[in-house]
Write a protein that binds this ligand. Structure first.
Ligand code: FAD
Length: 318
């Protein structure tokens, strides 16, 4: 399998197209997800990211009426989906691996599953806090920050496992990490956020994928600041076309980002979500044209299960 950084260097400056998909809720038909992204294969994504999800505590009412709080992993299956993706679409899968909800040993085992499947890319993340908790807490025996998981994967690449006494056959993972043009919510300020990002790169991250943004200036400033901090790895912009009016508040709240006033005004002036979706497509096309001119290595789209709008943007760009 090919490393994301090799895809980028081999493209000789040509911007690539890639997407991220989310595993379906447990019990749903996986083919619906695959059918929804099939039209995007026309734009030849060399790799497809698959997100990773922790268990969440949910309240279940027992037959005797007592409410019991139980852990449920609503979206399992990342490793299996990666295997099927590679088989069905002949693309490289980039599974995400997270700290939250997993011990280091559990993660080591997952990384071996990926290695045995021939997967050489991982996007290493901390993960969000449990919904019921509000603040992030590592599982006993787990990592607190993505940088610690970067170290674990880098060590595996050197043949160093958690509990093995002798060196083992090394893995060869290309490591991606997340970056936040509008600052990560938990970071006290931009300075510390850049410091922590630089640390992830120093510890072995080979490239960065950004949180979604709707104002390109935020990405340009982010890249300039990273370069000034000595971060030289590729910085892939993450993009999502606005699709509904509600997303103006939902995405802003979940991902801690600001929508440009012009986009907000345009979207709010439309009567239906069908029209808002069109506004999102037009905005996305303009965003991509500008990013293309800037020379970004990849335009990486968060599909969130629906791909028609991403396809329409890609048609204009690739
Ligand atoms: P970190 O790099 O660990 O940073 C988290 C916070 O801690 C930041 O504020 C940082 O500044 C701070 N920090 C870092 N190191 C230190 C330190 N040593 N001391 C003090 N503070 C520190 N979530 C999922 O659950 N599954 C996914 O598949 C997933 N995919 C994602 C893909 C992308 C491209 C992005 C951008 C996010 C994704 N997320 C996913 C969400 C992500 O897990 C959250 O944004 C999470 O809150 C932070 O993850 P991180 O890897 O950036 O964490």
């Amino acid at each position: 399998m090919t490393k994301v950084t090799d895809f980028i260097s081999r493209s000789e400056g040509k911007t690539l197209f890639s997407i991220e998909i989310i595993p379906p809720v447990k019990g749903q038909n996986i083919n619906e997800l695959f059918n929804s992204i099939e039209p995007l294969m026309e734009f030849k994504p060399p790799f497809v990211d698959v997100t990773y999800h922790r268990e969440e505590l949910i309240d279940r009412v027992n037959p005797n009426g007592v409410i019991e709080r139980i852990p449920v992993r609503k979206r399992p299956g990342t490793v299996g989906i990666c295997a099927r993706l590679m088989e069905r679409f002949h693309v490289d899968a980039v599974p995400h691996v997270i700290c939250g909800g997993f011990t280091k040993d559990e993660t080591e085992d997952v990384l071996f599953d990926l290695h045995y499947l021939g997967i050489d890319n991982v996007l290493v993340l901390r993960g969000d806090p449990e919904k019921s908790a509000g603040i992030f807490k590592a599982k006993n025996g787990g990592h607190t920050y993505a940088s610690e998981l970067v170290t674990q994967v880098s060590n595996m690449n050197k043949g160093i496992l958690l509990n093995a006494e002798t060196e083992t056959h090394p893995t060869d993972f290309c490591i991606g990490v997340a970056g936040y043009p509008e600052k990560h919510i938990d970071a006290t300020n931009f300075d510390t956020d850049y410091e922590h990002l630089r640390k992830k790169v120093e510890l072995g991250a080979n490239y960065i994928v950004t949180q979604m943004f709707f104002d390109n200036q935020k990405y340009f400033t982010f890249v300039e600041r990273c370069r000034a901090e000595g971060i030289t790895v590729p910085i892939i912009p993450g993009l999502k076309p606005l699709a509904t009016k509600k997303q103006l508040t939902i995405l802003a709240d979940i991902f801690h980002l600001e929508f440009p006033e012009d986009l907000k005004k345009e979207a709010l002036s439309r009567a239906t979500d069908k029209e808002v979706r069109q506004v999102g497509i037009e905005w996305g096309v303009q965003q991509c044209k500008e990013l293309l001119a800037y020379g970004v290595p990849v335009l990486h789209f968060y599909t969130m299960g629906k791909s028609d709008n991403v396809g329409q943007i890609a048609k204009e760009i690739f």
